[in-house]
Each structure stands twice: as structure tokens, then as C-alpha cells.
Design a protein. Structure first.
Length: 159
């Protein structure tokens, strides 16, 4: 049987299990993040989308990842505080994870299987984004350099 988005789960930095089924009926924007990346200013754009659309059903989930040039040195104990203080992040961050390789987090295995990229299914860099519609269907994948504001029209359509 084919796996579905709502069958997946992920942990928060504090270790609490979060089922993706909690987001049924909502659009979900999933991003692999890093605090020491040249694209880190995207945190502000992601937070803006979160604030603007959360009451209409948008969920932004950040998955910190240290697989790209060691650009996520924070630990699960410090990541939320650093992102809040330095970037004003209030959207949900998840525990650090791998997005490529043998240890790829199941959420990213699923997303990549539904929407491959220029390098096949591999994630090229930090801030690759996936938009999941209200029914759990992965509708779009965005390159790391795609700014959050550039995907606002797609988010409105997904809502």
C-alpha cells in the first residue's frame, strides 16, 4: 500500500512526536532550514507567510539540517531559541534531521518521492521547500533560492 503524507510523523526539538495527520485540511509548507546559511534570511520570509496565512490554514514546518557545509551547528536544545531571537521565528521547528542519504527522514523520503528536483530526488541545499495541499498531496517543490514571497500565490491557491 502506498504511504500517505498523513501517515508520517516527526519529532519537535524537545522530542514530542507530531503526526502529519494533525495538519489534515491545512496547507503545509515544509522547509529544510539552517541558521548559518547564505539563505538564512529566508526565515523572515517564511515567518511572514506563517503570520499572514496561519489563520487561513497554512502550517509552516522547518526541519533543521546540517548536511550542507555544516551550516546548522545548533542542537535540538538551542535551535528554537536561536531562530526566535535571531530571525523572529514562531512557526513550528522540528528536530534536526537528514534530508539525503541513508538516514533521510521519512517525511523527506516521501516528499522527494513525490516531487523530484534537478538532481533527481536529492535535496540540493538548505531551504528547499515543498508545498502540500489540504488533502496531503505534494503539489510543488521549490529550489533553495526561491524566496518565500515568490510562492505566496501558490499558497493562496492551496488554501
Amino acid at each position: 500500500m502506498e504511504q500517505k503524507f498523513y501517515d508520517l510523523s516527526a519529532k519537535t526539538p524537545a522530542g514530542k512526536e507530531v503526526s502529519m495527520s494533525e495538519f489534515a485540511g491545512k496547507a503545509v509548507l515544509i522547509v529544510n532550514t539552517a541558521t548559518k546559511c547564505g539563505l538564512t534570511p529566508q526565515f523572515e520570509g517564511l515567518e511572514h507567510l506563517h503570520q499572514k496565512y496561519k489563520d487561513q490554514g497554512l502550517v509552516v514546518l522547518g526541519f533543521p539540517c546540517n548536511q550542507f557545509a555544516g551550516q546548522e551547528p545548533e542542537t535540538n536544545d538551542t535551535i528554537e531559541q536561536v531562530c526566535q531571537m535571531n530571525h523572529g521565528v514562531t512557526f513550528q521547528l522540528m528536530a534536526k534531521c537528514d534530508v539525503n542519504g541513508d538516514g533521510t527522514h521519512p517525511v523527506f523520503k516521501y516528499l522527494k518521492s513525490k516531487k523530484g528536483g534537478l538532481l533527481g530526488s536529492s535535496i540540493k541545499w538548505n531551504f528547499t521547500k515543498f508545498l502540500v495541499d489540504k488533502n496531503g498531496k505534494v503539489i510543488k517543490r521549490y529550489a533553495p533560492v526561491t524566496k518565500p514571497e515568490a510562492i505566496e500565490d501558490d499558497i493562496r491557491k492551496a488554501l
